[in-house]
Design a protein around this ligand. Structure first.
Ligand SMILES: *Cc1c(COP(=O)(O)O)cnc(C)c1O
Length: 386
């Protein structure tokens, strides 16, 4: 079987990574306009509308504060703004990001009760409640709704309900790759803190974090004695109330987010979630149809992690994907480097993007010598897209 050679400069570049994600043309165009000043009324108007649409995105009536930093900075802002040195928090490590939310708070002198579970699995309600039984003094439970490194979803709704029934611990959610991709209802589910970043479901370049805070989280901020300055959520919240920002924000990115939020609102949040469900189902069917195995026990709708087939070299496969087909996907992280590949379907994607990535993966596997029935992945994906 032979395939077309590379088309050189005519190879279209397509990004299938779970951050940064592709950017809609209308967002790119708006961001290319001459910059405006962040203290003029035109910008305040943008902030006011963006704040309102962020509430819609998180399904909350509480403030959602924008910070100029990547998603990690948004999570750091919560550790330094809500707690005091010596406080205990519970943190779930089921992947690269969960692991970060164990290590980072320790840096700030927090006591961390780690719930370590195998990567690719999600924490159960029982595991969370057991940890709270061991550490009833815990001030918060940190969860990652979509663990991007393993493509695993956590049932935030069930865990938040169980925690809230018996404990006062704040329910804090790394929603960085979940917000805009998976159902999340901040108020209804009883979440206290949820963070996202601009370069994920929001379809804007990296550089902004967004943090939703409940009334209980705001009360915790008032008690916190942790040293902080730039990432002080309390200060950001004070400016937020005046439709302002404490420092020069990433103006251009905020303008982009204003457009992307309007796109989300126009499509309808539930429709956006449904689209992610549809596309993730098609991607899973596509790779399974080629005879590959999914990595996660509980797959996320933002990104699909897949075991590399036996005997096929990840680097060679990735090289063909990139060079011949212009497709960038993500590899495995840490001990799974070279063993997994990850396809993102987070943000600005449609049915034909899924067909493109599955087709390119099939072609690249053929080039690398993986034996399977050509077209089997494509037909399995297509069956879910008609
Ligand atoms: C991308 C990501 C992060 C890190 O965000 P940065 O913007 O790279 O700092 C954290 N958690 C999850 C789940 C992510 O997907």
């Amino acid at each position: 079987m032979t395939f077309m050679p590379a088309y050189g400069a005519a190879v279209k570049k397509r990004l299938f990574t779970p951050g940064p994600t592709p950017i809609p043309e209308s967002v790119l165009l708006k961001m290319s306009e001459p910059i405006i000043h962040h203290r003029n009324p035109e910008f305040q108007e943008i902030l006011t509308r963006m704040h309102d649409n962020l509430k819609y995105l998180f399904q909350t009536d509480h403030p959602v504060v924008a910070l100029t930093c990547s998603g990690t900075g948004g999570v750091e802002a919560t550790f330094v703004s809500l707690f005091s040195p010596g406080d205990t928090i519970i943190s779930v490590n089921n992947g690269k990001f969960g692991e970060r939310w164990v290590r980072m708070p320790r840096t700030f002198g927090l006591e961390v009760e780690e719930i370590a579970i195998p990567w690719g699995s999600a924490p159960t309600v029982e595991q969370i409640l057991d940890a709270l039984k061991r550490r009833p003094e815990a001030k918060a439970v940190y969860l990652t709704q979509s663990e991007t490194s393993t493509g695993t979803a956590t049932d935030v709704k069930a865990i938040a309900a169980a925690v809230n029934e018996e404990y006062d611990a704040l329910v804090c959610v790394d929603g960085i790759s979940a917000v805009g991709a998976m159902e999340l209802r901040f108020d209804e589910w009883g979440i206290d803190v949820c963070i996202t970043g601009s370069q994920k479901g929001l379809m804007v370049p990296p550089g902004l974090a967004f943090v939703a805070v409940s009334a209980r989280a705001i009360a915790a901020m008032e008690r916190s004695t942790m040293p902080r300055f730039y990432l002080d959520l309390g200060r950001a919240l004070k400016s937020y109330k005046a439709n302002d920002t404490p420092w020069t924000p990433a103006i251009t990115l905020l303008i982009g987010v204003d457009v992307s939020l309007r796109l989300i609102r126009e499509e309808g949040l539930e429709k956006v979630w449904e689209r992610h469900t549809r596309l993730s189902n098609a991607v899973r069917a596509g790779v399974s149809g080629m005879g590959l195995r999914l990595f996660s026990q509980n797959p996320s709708n933002a990104v699909t992690a897949v075991w590399m087939p036996e005997g096929i070299d990840w680097k060679a496969f990735n090289r063909v994907l990139k060079h011949d087909h212009g497709i960038t996907i993500a590899g495995g992280q840490d001990s799974f480097a070279g063993k997994l590949f990850r396809i993102s379907h987070l943000g600005y994607y449609d049915d034909l993007d899924v067909i493109a990535v599955i087709s390119a993966i099939e072609k690249s596997f053929v080039a690398c010598g993986y034996q399977f029935e050509v077209g089997s992945g494509l037909s399995s994906a297509q069956a879910l897209l008609v």
